[in-house]
Design a binder for this molecule. Structure first.
Ligand code: SF4
Length: 379
Protein backbone atom coordinates (compact mmCIF):
# COMPACT_ATOMS: atom_id res chain seq x y z
CA UNK A 1 0.00 0.00 0.00
CA UNK A 2 1.28 3.44 -0.90
CA UNK A 3 0.04 5.24 2.22
CA UNK A 4 -0.84 4.02 5.69
CA UNK A 5 -4.61 3.94 6.12
CA UNK A 6 -5.68 6.56 8.66
CA UNK A 7 -7.81 5.31 11.56
CA UNK A 8 -11.46 5.01 10.61
CA UNK A 9 -10.81 5.49 6.88
CA UNK A 10 -13.52 4.34 4.49
CA UNK A 11 -12.79 1.08 2.70
CA UNK A 12 -12.63 1.64 -1.08
CA UNK A 13 -12.43 -0.73 -4.04
CA UNK A 14 -11.81 -4.35 -3.15
CA UNK A 15 -8.50 -5.88 -4.19
CA UNK A 16 -8.85 -7.57 -7.58
CA UNK A 17 -10.15 -11.14 -7.48
CA UNK A 18 -11.64 -11.58 -10.98
CA UNK A 19 -10.40 -10.52 -14.41
CA UNK A 20 -11.74 -7.18 -15.57
CA UNK A 21 -13.33 -6.60 -18.95
CA UNK A 22 -11.51 -3.29 -19.21
CA UNK A 23 -8.21 -5.24 -19.29
CA UNK A 24 -9.17 -7.23 -22.39
CA UNK A 25 -8.46 -6.06 -25.93
CA UNK A 26 -11.45 -6.94 -28.13
CA UNK A 27 -9.48 -9.59 -30.01
CA UNK A 28 -8.73 -11.44 -26.74
CA UNK A 29 -12.36 -11.28 -25.61
CA UNK A 30 -13.42 -12.60 -29.00
CA UNK A 31 -10.95 -15.51 -28.72
CA UNK A 32 -12.27 -16.29 -25.24
CA UNK A 33 -15.82 -16.41 -26.58
CA UNK A 34 -14.81 -18.75 -29.39
CA UNK A 35 -13.21 -21.04 -26.81
CA UNK A 36 -16.51 -20.87 -24.90
CA UNK A 37 -18.43 -22.34 -27.83
CA UNK A 38 -19.34 -19.41 -30.08
CA UNK A 39 -18.60 -19.23 -33.78
CA UNK A 40 -16.14 -16.50 -34.84
CA UNK A 41 -19.07 -14.46 -36.19
CA UNK A 42 -21.05 -14.82 -32.96
CA UNK A 43 -17.97 -14.03 -30.88
CA UNK A 44 -17.22 -10.91 -32.92
CA UNK A 45 -20.76 -9.56 -32.60
CA UNK A 46 -20.95 -10.40 -28.88
CA UNK A 47 -17.62 -8.73 -28.22
CA UNK A 48 -18.85 -5.55 -29.88
CA UNK A 49 -21.97 -5.50 -27.66
CA UNK A 50 -20.01 -6.17 -24.48
CA UNK A 51 -17.20 -3.71 -25.08
CA UNK A 52 -19.62 -1.00 -26.17
CA UNK A 53 -21.66 -1.56 -23.00
CA UNK A 54 -18.69 -1.59 -20.64
CA UNK A 55 -16.37 1.02 -22.17
CA UNK A 56 -18.50 2.94 -24.60
CA UNK A 57 -21.62 3.09 -22.48
CA UNK A 58 -23.44 6.10 -21.13
CA UNK A 59 -21.27 8.55 -19.30
CA UNK A 60 -21.85 9.11 -15.60
CA UNK A 61 -20.57 7.27 -12.57
CA UNK A 62 -22.95 4.36 -13.19
CA UNK A 63 -20.64 3.52 -16.09
CA UNK A 64 -17.86 2.68 -13.60
CA UNK A 65 -19.79 -0.17 -12.04
CA UNK A 66 -22.45 -1.11 -14.57
CA UNK A 67 -25.04 -3.74 -13.82
CA UNK A 68 -23.61 -7.09 -14.91
CA UNK A 69 -25.89 -10.13 -14.62
CA UNK A 70 -28.03 -12.54 -16.67
CA UNK A 71 -30.76 -9.96 -17.18
CA UNK A 72 -28.26 -7.42 -18.51
CA UNK A 73 -26.77 -9.91 -20.95
CA UNK A 74 -30.24 -10.87 -22.16
CA UNK A 75 -31.13 -7.20 -22.59
CA UNK A 76 -27.97 -6.77 -24.67
CA UNK A 77 -29.18 -9.60 -26.90
CA UNK A 78 -26.31 -11.91 -25.95
CA UNK A 79 -26.96 -15.63 -26.35
CA UNK A 80 -26.97 -17.96 -23.34
CA UNK A 81 -23.90 -19.78 -24.74
CA UNK A 82 -21.75 -16.75 -23.76
CA UNK A 83 -23.21 -15.96 -20.35
CA UNK A 84 -20.98 -18.25 -18.30
CA UNK A 85 -17.75 -16.87 -19.74
CA UNK A 86 -18.87 -13.27 -19.53
CA UNK A 87 -20.22 -13.45 -16.00
CA UNK A 88 -16.84 -14.85 -14.95
CA UNK A 89 -15.43 -11.40 -15.76
CA UNK A 90 -16.12 -8.13 -13.97
CA UNK A 91 -17.44 -5.00 -15.68
CA UNK A 92 -16.43 -2.81 -12.76
CA UNK A 93 -13.75 -0.14 -13.15
CA UNK A 94 -10.48 -0.84 -11.36
CA UNK A 95 -10.12 2.72 -10.05
CA UNK A 96 -12.29 5.07 -8.08
CA UNK A 97 -12.12 8.81 -7.60
CA UNK A 98 -10.23 9.78 -4.42
CA UNK A 99 -9.84 13.51 -4.97
CA UNK A 100 -10.41 16.09 -7.67
CA UNK A 101 -8.72 19.44 -7.99
CA UNK A 102 -10.09 21.85 -10.57
CA UNK A 103 -7.65 24.55 -11.69
CA UNK A 104 -8.45 28.10 -12.67
CA UNK A 105 -7.43 27.40 -16.28
CA UNK A 106 -10.24 24.82 -16.73
CA UNK A 107 -8.10 21.70 -16.36
CA UNK A 108 -8.90 19.23 -13.62
CA UNK A 109 -6.43 17.01 -11.81
CA UNK A 110 -7.79 13.73 -10.48
CA UNK A 111 -6.34 11.46 -7.86
CA UNK A 112 -7.62 7.91 -8.41
CA UNK A 113 -7.35 4.98 -6.05
CA UNK A 114 -6.79 1.35 -7.04
CA UNK A 115 -8.04 -1.67 -5.12
CA UNK A 116 -4.77 -1.96 -3.18
CA UNK A 117 -4.83 1.72 -2.20
CA UNK A 118 -2.24 2.85 -4.75
CA UNK A 119 -2.85 6.40 -5.96
CA UNK A 120 -2.74 7.40 -9.61
CA UNK A 121 -2.87 10.86 -11.15
CA UNK A 122 -4.93 11.72 -14.21
CA UNK A 123 -5.57 15.17 -15.68
CA UNK A 124 -8.46 16.37 -17.83
CA UNK A 125 -7.34 19.21 -20.08
CA UNK A 126 -10.05 20.96 -22.09
CA UNK A 127 -8.83 22.44 -25.35
CA UNK A 128 -10.40 24.59 -27.99
CA UNK A 129 -11.11 21.68 -30.34
CA UNK A 130 -10.96 18.59 -28.16
CA UNK A 131 -10.44 17.59 -24.57
CA UNK A 132 -7.29 15.68 -23.64
CA UNK A 133 -6.83 13.22 -20.82
CA UNK A 134 -3.28 12.86 -19.50
CA UNK A 135 -2.87 9.42 -17.97
CA UNK A 136 -0.32 7.54 -15.89
CA UNK A 137 1.38 4.25 -16.72
CA UNK A 138 3.00 3.51 -13.34
CA UNK A 139 2.50 4.37 -9.68
CA UNK A 140 5.52 6.62 -9.19
CA UNK A 141 8.56 6.25 -11.46
CA UNK A 142 12.12 4.96 -11.22
CA UNK A 143 13.66 7.32 -13.78
CA UNK A 144 14.39 10.16 -11.33
CA UNK A 145 14.32 13.13 -13.70
CA UNK A 146 15.35 16.07 -11.54
CA UNK A 147 12.52 18.40 -12.67
CA UNK A 148 9.75 15.90 -11.90
CA UNK A 149 7.77 15.33 -8.70
CA UNK A 150 6.91 11.75 -9.69
CA UNK A 151 10.60 10.94 -10.02
CA UNK A 152 11.03 12.05 -6.41
CA UNK A 153 8.37 9.50 -5.32
CA UNK A 154 10.27 6.50 -6.72
CA UNK A 155 8.54 3.51 -8.35
CA UNK A 156 5.76 1.94 -6.31
CA UNK A 157 4.39 -0.51 -8.90
CA UNK A 158 3.27 -0.97 -12.50
CA UNK A 159 -0.28 -0.20 -13.59
CA UNK A 160 -2.04 -2.94 -15.53
CA UNK A 161 -4.00 -2.33 -18.72
CA UNK A 162 -7.31 -2.05 -16.85
CA UNK A 163 -5.90 0.62 -14.55
CA UNK A 164 -4.60 2.53 -17.56
CA UNK A 165 -7.88 2.29 -19.52
CA UNK A 166 -10.04 2.99 -16.47
CA UNK A 167 -8.39 6.40 -16.03
CA UNK A 168 -10.23 7.34 -19.23
CA UNK A 169 -13.45 5.77 -17.94
CA UNK A 170 -13.33 7.87 -14.77
CA UNK A 171 -12.44 11.00 -16.76
CA UNK A 172 -15.36 10.38 -19.13
CA UNK A 173 -17.72 9.78 -16.23
CA UNK A 174 -16.73 13.17 -14.78
CA UNK A 175 -16.65 15.01 -18.06
CA UNK A 176 -20.07 13.75 -19.13
CA UNK A 177 -21.45 15.33 -22.27
CA UNK A 178 -19.51 18.57 -21.90
CA UNK A 179 -17.85 20.04 -24.95
CA UNK A 180 -15.36 19.55 -26.50
CA UNK A 181 -15.52 15.79 -26.06
CA UNK A 182 -12.62 13.68 -24.79
CA UNK A 183 -10.86 12.57 -27.98
CA UNK A 184 -7.20 12.82 -27.12
CA UNK A 185 -5.10 10.74 -24.71
CA UNK A 186 -1.49 11.37 -23.74
CA UNK A 187 0.66 9.06 -21.62
CA UNK A 188 2.41 11.97 -19.89
CA UNK A 189 1.31 11.44 -16.29
CA UNK A 190 3.10 9.38 -13.66
CA UNK A 191 5.61 6.84 -14.89
CA UNK A 192 7.81 5.95 -17.85
CA UNK A 193 5.53 4.07 -20.29
CA UNK A 194 8.45 2.17 -21.87
CA UNK A 195 9.17 0.63 -18.44
CA UNK A 196 5.68 -0.91 -18.59
CA UNK A 197 5.44 -1.41 -22.33
CA UNK A 198 3.40 -4.63 -22.49
CA UNK A 199 0.52 -3.19 -20.43
CA UNK A 200 0.76 0.16 -22.23
CA UNK A 201 0.53 -1.66 -25.57
CA UNK A 202 -2.56 -3.61 -24.42
CA UNK A 203 -4.14 -0.37 -23.27
CA UNK A 204 -3.51 1.37 -26.62
CA UNK A 205 -5.29 -1.50 -28.38
CA UNK A 206 -8.28 -1.21 -26.04
CA UNK A 207 -8.42 2.58 -26.38
CA UNK A 208 -8.32 2.54 -30.17
CA UNK A 209 -10.53 -0.47 -30.93
CA UNK A 210 -13.57 0.32 -33.06
CA UNK A 211 -15.66 -1.75 -30.67
CA UNK A 212 -14.49 0.16 -27.58
CA UNK A 213 -13.44 3.71 -26.94
CA UNK A 214 -12.79 4.24 -30.66
CA UNK A 215 -9.98 6.76 -30.27
CA UNK A 216 -7.94 7.36 -33.38
CA UNK A 217 -4.36 6.02 -32.92
CA UNK A 218 -3.21 9.46 -34.08
CA UNK A 219 -4.93 10.89 -30.99
CA UNK A 220 -3.09 8.64 -28.54
CA UNK A 221 0.46 9.74 -27.68
CA UNK A 222 2.94 7.82 -25.57
CA UNK A 223 5.77 9.89 -24.12
CA UNK A 224 9.14 8.41 -23.21
CA UNK A 225 12.32 9.82 -21.70
CA UNK A 226 14.15 8.02 -24.49
CA UNK A 227 14.55 4.35 -23.63
CA UNK A 228 16.13 3.77 -27.04
CA UNK A 229 16.34 -0.03 -26.94
CA UNK A 230 12.53 -0.31 -26.69
CA UNK A 231 11.67 1.92 -29.64
CA UNK A 232 11.40 -0.96 -32.08
CA UNK A 233 9.05 -2.82 -29.72
CA UNK A 234 6.99 0.33 -29.17
CA UNK A 235 6.34 0.87 -32.86
CA UNK A 236 5.65 -2.86 -33.35
CA UNK A 237 3.19 -3.28 -30.45
CA UNK A 238 1.52 0.04 -29.67
CA UNK A 239 -1.25 1.80 -31.57
CA UNK A 240 -0.09 5.31 -30.74
CA UNK A 241 2.12 8.22 -31.69
CA UNK A 242 5.46 8.83 -29.99
CA UNK A 243 6.69 11.77 -27.94
CA UNK A 244 10.27 11.96 -26.62
CA UNK A 245 11.37 14.21 -23.75
CA UNK A 246 14.53 15.88 -25.00
CA UNK A 247 14.96 18.74 -22.52
CA UNK A 248 18.62 19.54 -23.14
CA UNK A 249 20.78 20.33 -26.16
CA UNK A 250 23.81 18.23 -25.19
CA UNK A 251 24.73 15.12 -23.22
CA UNK A 252 26.29 16.89 -20.25
CA UNK A 253 23.19 18.91 -19.48
CA UNK A 254 20.78 16.11 -20.33
CA UNK A 255 22.58 13.69 -18.03
CA UNK A 256 22.44 16.29 -15.26
CA UNK A 257 18.63 16.34 -15.28
CA UNK A 258 17.75 12.95 -16.83
CA UNK A 259 19.71 9.91 -15.60
CA UNK A 260 18.44 7.88 -18.59
CA UNK A 261 20.89 9.83 -20.75
CA UNK A 262 23.84 7.97 -19.19
CA UNK A 263 22.50 4.73 -20.67
CA UNK A 264 21.13 6.15 -23.92
CA UNK A 265 23.03 9.33 -24.85
CA UNK A 266 21.64 11.68 -27.46
CA UNK A 267 23.47 10.19 -30.47
CA UNK A 268 22.16 6.71 -29.59
CA UNK A 269 18.63 8.03 -29.08
CA UNK A 270 18.52 10.01 -32.32
CA UNK A 271 20.01 7.09 -34.26
CA UNK A 272 17.39 4.71 -32.85
CA UNK A 273 14.60 7.16 -33.73
CA UNK A 274 15.94 7.52 -37.26
CA UNK A 275 16.12 3.75 -37.63
CA UNK A 276 12.81 2.69 -36.09
CA UNK A 277 10.29 5.48 -36.70
CA UNK A 278 7.98 4.11 -39.41
CA UNK A 279 7.31 6.05 -42.57
CA UNK A 280 4.43 8.47 -42.15
CA UNK A 281 5.09 8.99 -38.43
CA UNK A 282 6.44 12.18 -36.91
CA UNK A 283 8.15 12.22 -33.54
CA UNK A 284 7.08 14.88 -31.07
CA UNK A 285 10.06 16.15 -29.09
CA UNK A 286 9.22 17.79 -25.79
CA UNK A 287 11.66 20.37 -24.51
CA UNK A 288 11.15 21.67 -20.98
CA UNK A 289 12.67 25.14 -21.00
CA UNK A 290 14.57 25.95 -17.80
CA UNK A 291 15.66 29.54 -17.26
CA UNK A 292 19.43 30.01 -17.60
CA UNK A 293 20.01 26.30 -18.14
CA UNK A 294 18.88 25.29 -21.62
CA UNK A 295 17.15 28.38 -23.03
CA UNK A 296 19.91 30.25 -24.90
CA UNK A 297 19.75 31.03 -28.60
CA UNK A 298 22.84 28.84 -29.11
CA UNK A 299 20.96 26.00 -27.39
CA UNK A 300 18.16 26.33 -29.95
CA UNK A 301 20.79 25.90 -32.68
CA UNK A 302 22.10 22.75 -30.99
CA UNK A 303 18.56 21.37 -30.73
CA UNK A 304 17.88 22.13 -34.40
CA UNK A 305 21.06 20.23 -35.35
CA UNK A 306 20.15 17.32 -33.09
CA UNK A 307 16.63 16.74 -34.38
CA UNK A 308 17.44 17.35 -38.05
CA UNK A 309 17.71 13.61 -38.96
CA UNK A 310 14.21 12.84 -37.58
CA UNK A 311 10.82 13.81 -39.01
CA UNK A 312 9.54 15.73 -36.03
CA UNK A 313 8.08 18.74 -34.35
CA UNK A 314 9.17 20.29 -31.06
CA UNK A 315 6.94 21.35 -28.17
CA UNK A 316 8.59 23.89 -25.88
CA UNK A 317 7.22 23.85 -22.32
CA UNK A 318 8.28 26.41 -19.68
CA UNK A 319 9.30 24.44 -16.60
CA UNK A 320 6.80 23.93 -13.77
CA UNK A 321 7.93 24.57 -10.22
CA UNK A 322 9.31 21.16 -9.22
CA UNK A 323 11.50 19.45 -6.66
CA UNK A 324 14.68 21.31 -7.68
CA UNK A 325 14.47 25.00 -6.68
CA UNK A 326 17.27 25.79 -9.15
CA UNK A 327 14.88 25.07 -12.01
CA UNK A 328 13.25 28.41 -12.64
CA UNK A 329 10.91 29.38 -15.44
CA UNK A 330 12.50 31.08 -18.47
CA UNK A 331 11.83 34.77 -19.01
CA UNK A 332 9.25 35.50 -21.73
CA UNK A 333 12.04 37.09 -23.79
CA UNK A 334 14.25 34.00 -23.54
CA UNK A 335 11.38 31.72 -24.45
CA UNK A 336 10.35 33.83 -27.45
CA UNK A 337 13.94 34.00 -28.65
CA UNK A 338 14.41 30.25 -28.28
CA UNK A 339 11.21 29.42 -30.16
CA UNK A 340 11.92 31.99 -32.87
CA UNK A 341 15.39 30.56 -33.43
CA UNK A 342 14.06 27.01 -33.81
CA UNK A 343 11.49 28.26 -36.29
CA UNK A 344 14.20 30.14 -38.23
CA UNK A 345 16.09 26.87 -38.45
CA UNK A 346 13.05 25.23 -40.05
CA UNK A 347 11.93 23.24 -37.00
CA UNK A 348 8.15 23.07 -36.53
CA UNK A 349 7.77 24.40 -33.00
CA UNK A 350 4.86 24.95 -30.62
CA UNK A 351 4.78 26.43 -27.14
CA UNK A 352 2.73 24.36 -24.71
CA UNK A 353 1.71 26.10 -21.51
CA UNK A 354 1.61 23.83 -18.48
CA UNK A 355 -1.98 23.45 -17.29
CA UNK A 356 -3.33 23.16 -13.79
CA UNK A 357 -0.41 25.01 -12.19
CA UNK A 358 -2.45 26.16 -9.20
CA UNK A 359 -3.33 22.56 -8.30
CA UNK A 360 0.11 21.01 -8.74
CA UNK A 361 0.59 21.20 -12.51
CA UNK A 362 3.54 18.80 -12.78
CA UNK A 363 2.78 15.10 -12.62
CA UNK A 364 3.27 13.63 -9.19
CA UNK A 365 2.57 16.83 -7.30
CA UNK A 366 -0.95 15.88 -6.23
CA UNK A 367 0.09 12.37 -5.18
CA UNK A 368 3.13 13.82 -3.42
CA UNK A 369 0.95 16.29 -1.55
CA UNK A 370 -1.49 13.53 -0.58
CA UNK A 371 1.39 11.41 0.62
CA UNK A 372 2.68 14.31 2.72
CA UNK A 373 -0.77 14.91 4.20
CA UNK A 374 -1.36 11.20 4.73
CA UNK A 375 -5.01 12.09 5.07
CA UNK A 376 -6.78 10.41 2.19
CA UNK A 377 -9.43 7.82 2.77
CA UNK A 378 -7.74 4.68 1.56
CA UNK A 379 -8.67 1.19 0.60
S1 SF4 B 1 9.57 12.90 -16.17
FE1 SF4 B 1 8.54 10.94 -16.60
S2 SF4 B 1 10.25 9.47 -16.72
FE2 SF4 B 1 11.08 11.28 -15.67
S3 SF4 B 1 10.80 10.85 -13.47
FE3 SF4 B 1 8.97 12.00 -14.19
S4 SF4 B 1 7.47 10.43 -14.70
FE4 SF4 B 1 9.47 9.44 -14.61
Amino acid sequence: MLFPRPPGARRGLPARDVALLSALPATELSDLLVRSGGSPTQAHATTAKVVRYVLGGDVGFGALDPRWDELTLQALGIGAWAHGALLGLSARASLELAERAPASDGSERLLLRAGDGALVETVIIPGPGRTTVCISSQVGCARACSFCETGALGLERQLDAAEIVDQIRVARALWGSKSPPIQNVVFMGMGEPFDNLAEVARATHILTDDRGLKLSPSRVTVSTVGVADKLEAFFRTCRAELAVSLNAPDDARRSAIMPVNERFPLATLIDALRTHTPRGHKVLFEYVLIGGFNDARADADLVADLVAPVRCRVNVIPVNPGPDPAHRAPTPEAMNQFVARLAERGVTTLVRRPRGRDVGGACGQLAGAARARGSLPLA
